[in-house]
Design a protein around this ligand. Structure first.
Ligand code: PMP
Length: 394
């Protein structure tokens, strides 16, 4: 008999290696969450510097109260998909609030951001269409392409000239063409040069989709994401995002001005065949959007924190993930063993960062990835920098 789990033996060995060197950085347990930026792990209080809690709203009393009220009024779960069971008023309220936040006509929410990518990409593109993907795309975008059955063409990361060539080569392929970019790339922290890609729309026919998972709430004068920052929102046909980062809850969304957008509800399997998010997380998302809108100073703070961390680490001589500042601050490591050892040294020093190793990284890179929060105090940012300094002192 072929043991189906045999193929994963290598993963066991990899985990064992991590555990032998200290704590398994891919399996940490937060025994207690003290705030958006602090937790108790292994009996010790640590600074969280890898949680994508960009706006720091997870403990906001207004969001907690909204979640509690929804629990009381709507119960613990939705117990089915919106197609089968119908929507709760809260779903519609969140969709309207988000459309308003984005300045778009239509919005559809999903149970997770991962499902938003699966649903949107497979709803938009089918076997006769082609999806053009940035090579550094998140796994959920790749998985969405697989589910769609569309032809997949990868172009070099952030390279509009490479995409230009590939679009030209396939000019007569027929079918629709969807180009997918990310606002802030999740591992290295760089962002798509949107103007270069939008310029290609004058030469080639395609529709453009941006996954703003890491840039929603963060980029642009209104926090709407990459299009908002670049002043090019009207050229982005579809926006995808998540509630698990700046919004501090769970869920995802797709949004657009396309007049047929609503038809996707009946075409997206990851929307139709899974239960919708729980009332509490929908209600906290609605409240978090209000907080993000009412308190733009959070955006100012996250940028100040990001500058401070990026420049602090760069100043220590680290090779940074990219040459621009964003709330994703990654430091490149030479190999996996060094990454594990240094991750443990940081952890012992009281700082949690992401141990980012293949297959979760582009180009098989090994990274110590930090994500900055508006809730980090300046002192916490300085503490993170000094723990990095200590961890690499020998
Ligand atoms: N898109 C990108 C670019 C992401 O980084 C992630 C998650 N890190 C997702 C989508 C999926 O979002 P979620 O974790 O909310 O399901």
């Amino acid at each position: 008999m072929v043991d189906l789990l045999d193929k994963h033996r290598g993963v066991m060995e990899r985990f064992q290696r991590m555990t032998d060197m200290g704590i398994n950085g891919l399996g940490v347990t937060n025994d207690k969450m003290l705030s958006p930026t602090r937790a108790v792990v292994d009996g010790r209080e640590i600074i969280l510097a890898g949680t994508n809690n960009y706006m720091g709203v997870t403990f906001d009393p207004r969001c907690i109260a909204a979640g509690q009220k929804a629990l009381e009024e709507f119960g613990t779960g939705t117990t089915g998909s919106r197609i089968a069971n119908g929507s709760f008023a809260l779903h519609k309220e969140l969709e309207a609030a988000l459309a308003d936040f984005l300045g778009l006509e239509h919005c559809i929410i999903f149970t997770t951001g991962y499902q938003a990518n699966l649903g949107m990409l497979s709803g938009l593109a089918g076997p006769k269409d082609t999806i053009y993907l940035d090579a550094d795309s998140h796994s959920s975008i790749y998985d969405g392409c697989t589910l769609s059955g569309a032809k997949l063409v990868r172009f070099r990361h952030n390279d509009a000239a490479d995409l230009d060539k590939r679009l030209a080569r396939a000019e007569n392929d027929g079918g629709g063409r969807l180009v997918v970019l990310e606002g802030i790339y999740s591992m290295l922290g760089d962002r798509a040069p949107l103007a270069d890609f939008v310029a290609l729309k004058k030469k080639h026919d395609f529709q453009l989709c941006v996954d703003d998972a890491h840039s929603f709430g963060v980029l642009g004068p209104n926090g709407r994401g990459l299009g908002d920052e670049a002043g090019l929102s009207e050229h982005v046909d579809f926006v995808i995002g998540t509630f698990s980062k700046s919004v501090g809850a769970i869920g995802g969304f797709g949004a657009s001005n396309h007049p047929l957008f609503e038809t996707l509800r009946y075409a997206m399997r990851p929307y139709m065949f899974t239960a919708s998010a729980s009332p509490a997380s929908i209600a906290t998302s609605i409240e978090a959007l209000k907080v993000l809108k009412a308190e733009p100073e959070r955006r100012a703070k996250i940028w100040a924190n990001s500058e401070r961390l990026y420049n602090g680490l760069k100043g220590l001589g680290f090779e940074m993930g990219c040459d621009v500042v964003s709330p994703v601050v990654a430091v490149k490591m030479p190999d996996e063993l060094t990454t594990i050892a240094k991750w443990n040294a940081l952890f012992q020093g009281g700082v949690y960062v992401n141990m980012a190793v293949p297959p979760g990284t582009p180009n098989r890179l090994c990274l110590l990835r930090c994500s900055v929060s508006a809730a980090h105090t300046t002192q916490e940012i300085d503490d993170i920098i000094s723990v990095f300094k200590q961890a690499f002192a020998n």
